[in-house]
Design a binder for this molecule. Sequence first.
Ligand SMILES: *Cc1c(COP(=O)(O)O)cnc(C)c1O
Length: 382
Amino acid sequence: MDKRVYLCLAHMSGREQDFIREAFDTNWVVPLGPNVNAFEEELGAFLGGGKRVVALSAGTAAIHLGLVLLGVGPGDEVICQSFTFCASANPAVYLGATPVFVDSEPRSWNMDPELLEEAIRDRIARRGRKPKAIIPVHLYGMPADIDAICRVAERYGIPVLEDAAEALGSEFEGRKCGTFGALGALSFNGNKMITTSGGGALIVPDDETRRRAMFFATQAREPFPYYQHEQIGYNYRMSNICAGIGRGQMTVLDVHIAHHRRVHARYAAAFAGVPGITLADNPDSRWNSNFWLCTILVDPAVSGTTCEELRLRLDAEGVETRPLWKPMHLQPVYAGNPCYVNGTAERLFGRGLCLPAGPMVTDDDVDRIAACIRACVKSPVA
Ligand SMILES: *Cc1c(COP(=O)(O)O)cnc(C)c1O
């Protein structure tokens, strides 16, 4: 049998070990150092727009730290996208705040700007105060309608923290995801567009915000010769070893993104005209997804199959797939949270599947996966 095909395996450039060896040779085996500084510089240059970057231990830490910088605390509400991974919303709970979930719009699958405005109005009417932050997500690398979301946020004076964990390199109107909001979060977990074995970053607008982020990421230590603490901080900096992996990965970031897009184009050709199978695509020319994972919707009435049947068939063929994210407003842990729902996330959850798209996925793999899916489709019309 052929090798097993995974959703998004890590892929090394070969340069990673050079940067790690340099760290050992110079004894920078600590959570700061030349690799951390260089990795942050390189990410900042990649993102553009004059943004600064703070490298952290995880994407979840980046979202948590972002909410700290925005002053989120007990009793506050934070508007989160319901259709996402739990790490978009959990950090609000770490701070004693309450996630308020907003559903998606059907084109990008991300936060619906109109429903967002409805939610903000209703929260203000009910509580007499506005939510403290808004966390839209660029899910599977597909940019949210971030312009419209930021316009709504601006109207009510609420800061946006973009969850760009899956969207490194994705663009909306030619501008990189993660650079639209007041703050942005990236992830370098093992399965993301690039990896540091585990890590993340906070995207910030200026040096002063960067200084504050560093302060809270290093235990909020005040400038005294002894350890003086006047606020609660965290131990969230990235290690110089992990940043060495990140520097090696930066040399292949563009190659990875191009590969994900090529895989998407090959799926698109393979699924053209296949009844009941719809590959998610950029809604129009303003969107430019990195296609971190390629995703399909399966219409059982037209295709004669279901995404669960496809998942089991592909698994038997040695191909890893996964159902789309289960919406947060349907998660038991968030059962009592306020939510503003239009049915989109729930419909997507029941009907969609993530397909492999990582740098180890070959053209042959795509052809084999597509052939397996086509074989499951039983067109009702002869
Ligand atoms: C991976 C991910 C995160 C969290 O990143 P970690 O580095 O795993 O902590 C947050 N949000 C989304 C949408 C993610 O996919």
